[in-house]
Structures are given as structure tokens and as C-alpha cells.
Design a protein around this ligand. Structure first.
Ligand code: SAM
Ligand code: SF4
Length: 313
């Protein structure tokens, strides 16, 4: 379905939980987040009903995210039920990968084919530092298992000045070696990072400065894709800060407590929890129709009142 600015909205990102087994410093407070009351989060049944209505209204692609989606009870059942919904062509997940290896076979059986792994460093000590947890080996095992299993894998790297800008070449080499896409994402000033010092926020341009052999190879969704001649790896640059992609935005978001967020950076939220049938469809359609024209970043800061773990990144 089209919004009032003529954009065709085909992509729904669903945060299935706010909870996570990691505590990435840019995303979550050290103490974690308060667990919402069971009755406040969408049940598997409610999520499936929303996806059915979404698919009737033009949504073709679902991404399941969080928090950490793999810690949500009933996650595989959710994938199974979504895979049975007419017109849903693509189910993807965004995960830190820690529990992926043990769930990968069942996810594959239930038509999940695309996995975005969040991995900000290839060095164990730095991983433990940024995630405040000790799961580097598990995450890496999952990554290589997923590649072997045949998932389409992308690695999300949030660029943080002074932390991982010295590993850009290593990530590019990894992309070339394993024929996968590494996406460098600019750190957003939202929630936990609202008061981080300016030097942590580096522009993606640094990737092209460090690896000048990268050549522009087109646009894919919100990413500008680059490749090195003769190499297989794809490098995606996602710049929510230095370049706005609102004009082509085809996505909406659903939070784990049932709020439709037509725009990541807007305060606007539309409650879907407790609604069903025609009423749910009506409100869902209104949410799409009223999607804001573009996001406003006040002095670089997001207007959204939620941390990323509550929106789903
Ligand atoms: N737990 C899963 C994971 O880490 O992949 C899914 C949820 S996480 C919130 C989704 C994405 O948001 C991750 O790739 C993470 O790096 C990104 N993210 C979180 N906080 C961010 C921030 N302040 N700026 C940019 N990206 C952020
Ligand atoms: Fe958890 Fe993902 Fe946030 Fe890291 S980025 S704390 S893995 S939700």
C-alpha cells in the first residue's frame, strides 16, 4: 500500500522482544532493560494476526529483530506461522548470533533465508568490552555455521570512532574471503549514545578513505554498495546521519509492545495491541498512510523516545 507521499510500503520490521543476552554499550544500559509484563507484549498469535493484515495490505518482507529475537520464547513457531502467510516472500532476522548455531537448522526449515549478524569487532577482547559479555566464540561459530548452511549473510558493523575504525580493512577482507556483505552503519545519537562525545560519531566516508579501491556498485535498500574489482565481497554503507534516505523509505516498524512506528526517528506511535479484525486493519492502514515525509534529527539526535533495543534497529 502507498503512503500519502506515494511511497510503496512493503517492508515490516518487527521487534519481538526488548530483552537481550548482550549489553552493547551504544544500545543498552549495563543493567539491561526492565522486562515488560507478559500481558504488555504482543503474543505470538497477535504478531501473526498483524502480519496477516500487513500482507493483505502490501507487506511482502518481514524482518524479525529485537532486543535479541532469538531469546524470545516461541520464536521458531513464529517463523513457521509467518512462513505460511500468503504473499510474505521474505523472512529475515537481525541477530547478535550468539544462539544462532543451535537454532539455525530449524530456522532454515521455516523459510528464514537471510540473516544480518551484528558484529562490531573481530577481536575477542574488544567484543567483550563493547557487548559487556563473553560470547565472542559462540557468535563467530554461529556466523560460520550460517555461511556453511547457505543463509544469505550480512554483517552489520556499527562504526565507532576510536573503537573499530582501525578494523575497516579486516572487515573488507572478511567480506571478500567469504563472499558476503559487510555493512558499515553510522552510529546514531539515540538513547544510550545521546550524550556520547562527538569523536565517536564517524562518517562512513572513512571507509572509502581507508579502502580507496572500493568502487560504487549501486544502491540496495538503504545501503550504498561498493566492491573491489575482481573481488566477491560487497561493502554496504548505511548513513542514517550524513545522508537521509527518507524519500525511498519503504518500511514501517512494530515494537514488541504493539506500537506501529511509521518512522524510526519520529515520536509518533500508533497502538495496535488489543485491536483485531477490521479495527486492526483500519488503524494499520492509517499508520502507513500517515508515515511522516522525512525524519528530523535535532542537532543529530533522534526524536524517538526509545532506545534502539526497543525499536529494533
Ligand atoms: N540484537 C540484534 C542485533 O544486535 O543484531 C537485533 C537488534 S539491534 C537493536 C539491531 C541493530 O541496531 C544492530 O545491528 C545494532 O548494531 C544497531 N544499533 C543499536 N544501537 C545503535 C545506534 N545507537 N546506532 C546505530 N546502530 C545501532
Ligand atoms: Fe542486544 Fe542487539 Fe542491542 Fe547489542 S545491539 S544490546 S545485541 S539488542
Amino acid at each position: 500500500m502507498k503512503d500519502r507521499f506515494g511511497r510503496n510500503i512493503t517492508y515490516l520490521r518487527i521487534s519481538v522482544t526488548d530483552l537481550c543476552n548482550l549489553r552493547c554499550k551504544y544500545c543498552m544500559p549495563e543493567s539491561g532493560v526492565e522486562s515488560l509484563c507478559h500481558s504488555d507484549i504482543l503474543s505470538i498469535k497477535e504478531i501473526v494476526e498483524i502480519v496477516k493484515i500487513a500482507s493483505k495490505n502490501g507487506i511482502k518482507k518481514i524482518r524479525l529483530t529485537g532486543g535479541e529475537p532469538l531469546v524470545r520464547r516461541g520464536f521458531i513457531e513464529l517463523c513457521k506461522q509467518i512462513s505460511e502467510i500468503d504473499k510474505i516472500e521474505d523472512i529475515a532476522i537481525t541477530t547478535n548470533g550468539v544462539y544462532l548455531k543451535e537454532m539455525a537448522d530449524e530456522l532454515f526449515e521455516n523459510k528464514v533465508r537471510r540473516i544480518n549478524f551484528s558484529l562490531d569487532t573481530l577481536i575477542k577482547e574488544k567484543y567483550n568490552d563493547i557487548t559487556r559479555r563473553n560470547y565472542f566464540d559462540k557468535a563467530m561459530e554461529s556466523l560460520f555455521y550460517a555461511i556453511k548452511k547457505g543463509f544469505k549473510v550480512k554483517i552489520n558493523v556499527v562504526l565507532i570512532g576510536g573503537f573499530n575504525d582501525d578494523e575497516i580493512e579486516d572487515f573488507v577482507n572478511l567480506a571478500n574471503k567469504y563472499d558476503l556483505e559487510v555493512r558499515f552503519i553510522e552510529l546514531m545519537q539515540i538513547g544510550e549514545t545521546a550524550n556520547w562525545s562527538k569523536d565517536k560519531f564517524v562518517s562512513n566516508k572513512i571507509v572509502l578513505e581507508k579502502v580507496p579501491e572500493l568502487e560504487f556498485d549501486g544502491v540496495s535498500g538503504v545501503a550504498k554498495i561498493y566492491k573491489i574489482k575482481g573481488q566477491k565481497g560487497r561493502i554496504g554503507l548505511i548513513s542514517p546521519i550524513s545522508c537521509s534516505f527518507c524519500e525511498d523509505c519503504n518500511r514501517i516498524r512494530l515494537t514488541s509492545d504493539g506500537k506501529l512506528k511509521p518512522c524510526l526517528h519520529s515520536k509518533d506511535e500508533i497502538n495496535l495491541k488489543g485491536l483485531s479484525g477490521e479495527e486492526l486493519e483500519e488503524v494499520f492502514k492509517r499508520g502507513i498512510f500517515e508515515k511522516p515525509e522525512k525524519h528530523h534529527l535535532e542537532d543529530g539526535k533522534s526524536e524517538s523516545a526509545r532506545d534502539m533495543n526497543k525499536i529494533g534497529g
